[in-house]
Design a protein. Structure first.
Lengths: 278, 303
């Protein structure tokens, strides 16, 4: 009897911990979502109240005055091209690091690039800014894509190389016996069987490219900025247009949370996958 | 090393590695080396400037700057929050999920992980508004303290300026560590745990005597990732304390925001380069410690 009471008490305690934690993550998001549909007056009057009528016009205004149109297109462009370049160049390097001869060279280059995982990106902003200015790549989409690619490559190569190392050598050997060239080998045999890890790399890279702020802020101008810098500029604490600020935040949140809703298992696995190897 | 060398391998190897290596050298490694050189000069890329080699003068200026020490101290606070907050909390939550004390595991996982997928800068602005004068967080606090005029003023006082940031960091990253630990726990041999339960060990004993020792390696690796992550963060600090580092804003400077506000913005590039060199050096020290400790713990896992 005593044991049962004890069990119920612990269960209650554990559940309340998780419910509190969940409430802490979900409630602010939920609050943001419905506040973005209130009028500014309603927001100022009562923080809790639900909108009397749904103000979808907030989104239209934020979209227009915050220059979200170009920001949204830019973010999408950065997202897609960074993913493509990181997967392409990352998988190429991963394959030769994992399975080709020249092990010593590979080990050295792998460690050198691996360093990039732990080095902070803000430590390069000044020289990078100077470099891109000299190359005429500031305030261009190309500059952002190249930068995001370089920043995301180290982790991608780490994930890719560790994955390919785990594949049996026999697959490669038998293909070589059948007379495949190195390029055919990579395109026809390696790429198809590494599809899962390419998805993982795509997720990790895509999230980073969509959400990145600092680099995308300093090397771009008003027309070439992605969403996060645009929102920061728009959601300025000095402008008390709460309804528009909130709508702007939602414009960045909605696509990624939708993707998360659909692919949540894969995304979680992908992001965790990088750290799990340790 | 199963696969032997064949004709044409070298050129293939070079072609395959070149793109990644070039990206990395041109955009990451090269600039870091370049900023090391720059940090010993006075060159700020102003037109007609006479470039002089001034040795360690930039570093001396940094070390004499009070704001640098505030930033460093705050960075260490962030490191402490990560290591002594996020990781233990994440470990405990993971353990609760792992031991099946909770149903709807998938739901809780998904929710706790949610802040991870959203832009840090957006989360920061949300957080600022949530606890701002019109925010629901403030409204809840007003009900709790029964003062309809209550406002959070933590940012305004030096002693508490980092508290909101610490809370935000816990809010975002605890879920991440929870899932990392959970993934590792699920790979464990369950026999030991069952045997312990049968022998009458309670959950606390199993947690401290079995789980924590078994997870020691993972905890360590993640502690190191958390430390380097804490030194890397910029967006959160920028979003929560966007005041340009002047006056009150100085209380929550960290090294990256210090560099941004006092070197990048005023275009003191040489000075800023010296700050990045210091940040990179601190990171390298942590990486070296991590390699060393990692090897000590896992002598068998030589690759």
């Amino acid at each position: 009897m005593k044991k049962k009471v004890y069990k119920i008490l612990t269960k209650t305690a554990v559940y309340s911990i998780f419910l509190t934690f969940t409430a802490m993550t979900v409630y602010p998001m939920f609050w943001l979502a419905y506040s973005s549909l209130k009028t500014n007056f309603e927001i100022q009057k009562n923080a809790f109240s639900f909108p009397a009528a749904l103000q979808f016009s907030n989104y239209a205004f934020a979209w227009k005055y915050g220059q979200m149109n170009s920001a949204f297109i830019n973010s999408t462009v950065f997202f897609l091209f960074t993913i493509i370049l990181v997967i392409a160049s990352g998988m190429m390097a991963s394959y030769v690091f994992a399975k080709m001869p020249f092990k010593r060279t590979s080990k050295f280059i792998y460690a050198f690039i691996g360093f990039g995982i732990l080095i902070s990106t803000h430590s390069v902003i000044i020289p990078l800014f100077i470099l891109l200015t000299k190359m005429g790549l500031t305030n261009t989409r190309t500059g952002v894509i190249l930068t995001y690619t370089a920043v995301n490559l180290p982790l991608a190569i780490f994930i890719g190389t560790e994955y390919i190392k785990g594949l049996p050598d026999s697959i490669i050997e038998s293909a070589f016996i059948d007379g495949a060239s190195n390029f055919k080998m990579f395109l026809n045999i390696i790429l198809p069987i590494t599809a899962p890890v390419m998805v993982t790399i795509g997720i990790v890279t895509g999230l980073a490219a969509w959400n990145e702020f600092l680099l995308g802020f300093i090397i771009t101008g008003p027309g070439t900025r992605g969403l996060p810098p645009t929102i920061v500029a728009f959601a300025n604490p000095r402008t008390p247009n709460y309804h528009l600020q909130f709508a702007a935040l939602m414009i960045s949140v909605i696509p990624i949370v939708t993707l998360y809703g659909i692919f949540n298992k894969r995304i979680t696995k992908g992001v965790i996958g990088g750290a799990e190897k340790g | 090393m199963g696969i032997g060398r064949r004709k044409g391998d070298l050129s293939f190897y070079i072609i395959m590695v070149a793109p990644a290596l070039l990206f990395f050298i041109i955009i990451i490694a090269g600039p870091i080396v370049f900023s090391l050189g720059l940090s010993f000069t006075n060159y700020d890329f102003k037109p007609n400037q006479i470039i002089e080699f001034i040795g360690l003068d930039q570093y001396i200026r940094i070390f004499q700057d009070n704001k640098f020490w505030v930033g460093l101290q705050n960075n260490l606070i962030v490191v402490a929050v990560s290591v002594f907050g996020q990781i233990p909390l994440g470990l405990i939550l993971a353990y609760l999920l792992f031991r099946g004390q909770v149903r709807f595991t998938a739901f809780f996982q998904a929710m706790v992980f949610l802040p991870q997928v959203i832009s840090t800068v957006v989360v920061g602005i949300l957080f600022r508004n949530f606890f701002g004068i019109r925010g629901a967080g403030t409204a809840i606090a007003r009900v709790l303290v029964e003062d309809p005029k209550f406002n959070f003023t933590w940012f305004l006082q030096r002693e508490t300026a980092m508290v909101p940031i610490a809370i935000a960091l816990l809010w975002i990253y605890t879920g991440y560590f929870m899932l990392v630990f959970l993934a590792n726990m699920q790979k464990m041999d369950k026999g030991v745990l069952e045997a312990a339960s049968i022998d009458g060990a309670n959950e606390f004993m199993i947690f401290f005597r079995i789980m924590v020792p078994a997870m020691a390696g993972v905890i360590l690796v993640n502690a190191i990732l958390a430390i380097s992550g804490s030194l890397k963060g910029f967006d959160m600090f920028f979003a929560l304390a966007p005041n340009d580092g002047q006056g009150l804003g100085n209380a929550n400077l960290v090294l990256p925001t210090y560099m941004y506000h006092y070197a990048f913005r005023p275009q003191k590039y040489a000075f800023g380069s010296a700050i990045s060199v210091i940040i990179v050096t601190i990171s390298i020290v942590f990486i070296m410690i991590s390699n060393y400790v990692g090897k000590k713990l896992n002598p068998m896992r030589e690759r």
